[in-house]
Write a protein that binds this ligand. Structure first.
Ligand SMILES: O=P(O)(O)OP(=O)(O)OP(=O)(O)OC[C@H]1O[C@@H](n2cnc3c(O)ncnc32)[C@H](O)[C@@H]1O
Ligand SMILES: [Mg+2]
Length: 197
């Protein structure tokens, strides 16, 4: 049983919001944090989980509603897990295209066998801003970084992420399929289990 009827999604990323909404379906009425504020909290944590909690608390505080946040990113083996929690800020906050261009450039000399990477997603759900027991669920999605962009779906690093089990990039997957397989899908499946929905 869902413990509440309404939930704020604590993200300003349109791609993420779309995926999270699709995964939640009609289990709960979803509001966007942008309804309450356009100011994004500073992500000062050192882990995905810390940043997810920080974003969820901020959204719960400004909305007065339970809040679900997603902190996610791409961890590349050859870069010791970078860009990791700094994935959105990899090219100094300029956006997806510069982030992708920088990643391709940094990995230019790295051979296929060493291009392993994983998408990481940490979801944090707080019932109120000071919730002492946030629900945390994580998901990983293993793949490889391509040498050039492929595909038009998704967002962020999707065009550079090769999904071995599908033989295509994650930007070549239809939304419904990405939402079955992704790091976010795995974290959400665990969250739904925890909530009994
Ligand atoms: O913090 P919010 O407001 O939720 O939005 P954001 O875009 O800043 O989100 P993050 O701080 O969690 O940064 C996530 C980064 O990882 C990338 N990313 C996360 N999930 C992804 C996915 O499913 N496909 C492609 N890129 C993804 C995304 O493009 C960002 O650059
Ligand atoms: Mg962010």
């Amino acid at each position: 049983m869902m413990p509440f009827s309404e939930l704020v999604l604590a993200s300003h990323n349109a791609g993420k919001l779309k995926e999270l909404q699709a995964m939640l379906g009609d289990a709960v009425r979803v509001r966007s944090v942008a309804e309450f504020s356009t100011v994004e909290p500073e992500e000062t944590g050192l882990s995905f989980v810390e940043n997810a909690i920080l974003k969820a608390r901020n959204a719960a505080r400004i909305s007065g509603l339970p809040a679900l946040a997603d902190d996610s990113g791409l961890a590349v083996d050859a870069l010791g897990g970078a860009p990791g929690i700094y994935s959105a800020r990899y090219a100094d906050g300029q956006g997806d295209a510069p982030n992708n261009a920088k990643l391709l450039d940094v990995l230019r000399e790295v051979p296929d066998a060493e291009r392993g990477a994983q998408f990481v997603c940490a979801l944090a759900l707080v019932r109120h801003a000071d919730d002492p027991l946030p629900i945390i669920c994580e998901g990983l999605w293993h793949g490889r970084i391509l040498h050039a962009a492929r595909g038009e779906h998704g967002f962020g690093y999707d065009p550079l992420f090769w999904v071995p089990e599908c033989d295509c990039s994650s930007a070549e997957l239809p939304a419904a399929q990405k939402n079955q397989l992704s790091h976010r899908a795995r974290a959400m499946a665990l969250l739904k289990q925890r909530l009994g929905i």
